[in-house]
Design a protein around this ligand. Sequence first.
Ligand code: HEC
Ligand code: HEC
Ligand code: HEC
Ligand code: HEC
Length: 245
Amino acid sequence: MLKRRTAAAFGAAAVGLVLALGFPALFPSEADAAAAAAAPVLAPGAAPVVPATETAPPHRPLRDNRPPQAPDPQEPLVFGGYPDAPAFSVVPRKPHLGLYPCSQCHKVLPLNKQPRALVAAPHVASLPHGGGRMWCLDCHVGEDRDWLRTIDGRRVDFDQSQLVCGQCHGPRHRDWAFGAHGKRDANWQGDRTIYACTHCHDAHDPKIPPREAAPPPPVRAGLERPALTPAHAAPVWQRAASGAR
Ligand code: HEC
Ligand code: HEC
Ligand code: HEC
Ligand code: HEC
């Protein structure tokens, strides 16, 4: 009882704060419920107020999670963000794709939306990316395989695949647009052309595995290489991976 009362008081205080700040319509259903709880005396004859119970909507898979006004799926996505970022163009990817255009096979193959092991595919057949949270058709248009897609169903050109990545890796995408992640293709002056995410990351298995460090440079003739201390013996990335400092 005590707990419930403090909770109600806290709720009322929170609603008061929201009202005082001038956002009365922010959470109307909660505000109504709290107001009803805070007013125990009912006018004679009034129906008792039943607090609105909020039932959580059932979980939907990501790919079915469309916004209420779904954009036209035929319309390619044009990203107009980061007005402050220096202008850039992206190094095209299509020339690097051995199997593009995909429609050469897929226009005759039946579409199978079922996540499964692709035993008959001549291409990538498994998806380590995201640890089982995604399936091919979250990024590829099922009906027209020559296009990538966003989660909300808009088409993305294979040369603009960073727009697909940017949906879920927003901070990296922003860093990349500003030049703090990724790499510029030649030209430190003049037109800014940068590599797409997929030049460096495999879209299907994007984690870049740690690499062994290059051997240290040779010591001068006649000198001896100093012995490694235990702290130096293991490369930094190995120590970081094992959790040791
Ligand atoms: C040489 C023929 C061939 C080409 C080219 C090809 N695919 Fe496929 N793909 C297949 C076959 C066959 C399967 C079905 C595999 C299975 O069911 O085991 C498949 C399955 C798929 C699937 C699984 C969903 C489905 O419809 O079955 C996706 C996604 C896919 N391909 C994407 C692509 C993309 C993207 C490209 C172009 C970059 C491409 N494929 C090019 C032959 C091809
Ligand atoms: C996270 C989004 C994403 C998912 C999920 C995904 N792909 Fe892709 N896929 C891409 C992107 C982006 C490219 C373009 C890669 C590039 O630029 O090198 C691509 C390229 C491809 C290609 C062309 C590769 C080549 O070198 O020709 C095939 C084939 C393909 N995907 C099939 C699949 C299949 C099959 C699945 C499911 C098992 C799948 N993809 C899941 C984003 C995705
Ligand atoms: C639908 C959301 C989604 C999209 C689209 C997506 N990713 Fe991911 N990505 C994930 C998830 C989820 C993980 C796994 C994170 C984890 O398990 O900690 C991941 C992991 C990664 C990782 C490894 C990070 C790590 O710490 O292991 C890289 C790199 C990466 N993605 C790059 C890309 C690139 C490049 C693209 C575009 C081709 C892309 N992602 C598109 C959701 C997405
Ligand atoms: C020039 C190559 C290059 C480009 C282009 C690039 N990345 Fe990376 N990315 C890397 C390297 C190298 C790492 C570091 C890997 C590590 O620390 O294990 C990395 C790390 C990441 C990670 C974290 C992975 C981890 O293990 O912590 C994510 C997520 C990621 N990149 C996403 C993106 C996205 C999204 C884009 C495009 C907008 C992109 N990258 C473009 C090379 C690149």
